[in-house]
Design a protein around this ligand. Structure first.
Ligand code: HEM
Ligand code: HEM
Length: 133
């Protein structure tokens, strides 16, 4: 398995552990949980599930298509973009809820944009890869 793919899977599992620990923390401190719901949701769904799908997808979908990946370089760039976006969203989201939180809001917007770019890079790479056998 290629190193970048391994790192997609490793990061996915790290986000899974973080997401579920935060979920448990939300049960322990329900009065604070409102700040952490978006964090919990996106660590689990964008961090764990999407990152797992990126890794497994890059590894297996070209094989299913009987071809090679359109752009391994794009996969490597997407790894950094997706993780910068995810980590930025995690660090800024709990602080970006108040109207005065302008720096956190700016970080959140940039990180969210990086996450969207990562999704688009994955989609382009896979759309260019997938072909009927
Ligand atoms: C140890 C595991 C987990 C615990 C203890 C946990 C706990 C929680 C808690 C306390 C809430 C807030 C509920 C509320 O007050 O409205 C929540 C919401 C949520 N969790 Fe988890 N969670 C866990 C795992 C997961 C996983 C694995 C996923 C997704 C793959 C997930 C997805 C969600 C979503 C989407 C919401 C938001 C639901 C809504 O829109 O209200 N959770 N979770
Ligand atoms: C590009 C990445 C993404 C961005 C920028 C984004 C942004 C947002 C925002 C702004 C909200 C509203 C949060 C609030 O209540 O204040 C939200 C909610 C939500 N998102 Fe995302 N999202 C992204 C990706 C995803 C993905 C990939 C999934 C699922 C696979 C997802 C599932 C959800 C769910 C379930 C909620 C409702 C959570 C709740 O109950 O509060 N998001 N998202």
């Amino acid at each position: 398995m290629e190193l970048t793919v391994v790192w997609y899977l490793r990061m996915s599992l790290i986000y899974f552990v973080a997401g579920t620990i935060i979920g448990f923390g939300m049960l322990l401190w329900p009065s604070e949980s409102g700040y952490f719901i978006p964090l919990h949701v996106h660590l689990n769904l964008l961090g764990f599930m999407s990152m797992m799908i990126y890794g497994v997808g890059y590894h297996i979908l070209p094989k299913f298509s009987g071809t090679v990946m359109y752009s391994p370089l794009m996969m490597k760039i997407q790894f950094w973009v997706a993780n910068a976006g995810m980590i930025g969203m995690v660090l800024s989201w709990p602080f970006a809820m108040g109207a005065e939180a302008s720096l956190s809001n700016a970080v959140l917007m940039i990180s969210a944009l990086l996450s969207v770019i990562a999704v688009i890079l994955f989609a382009i790479n896979m759309l260019k890869t997938l072909k009927p056998v």
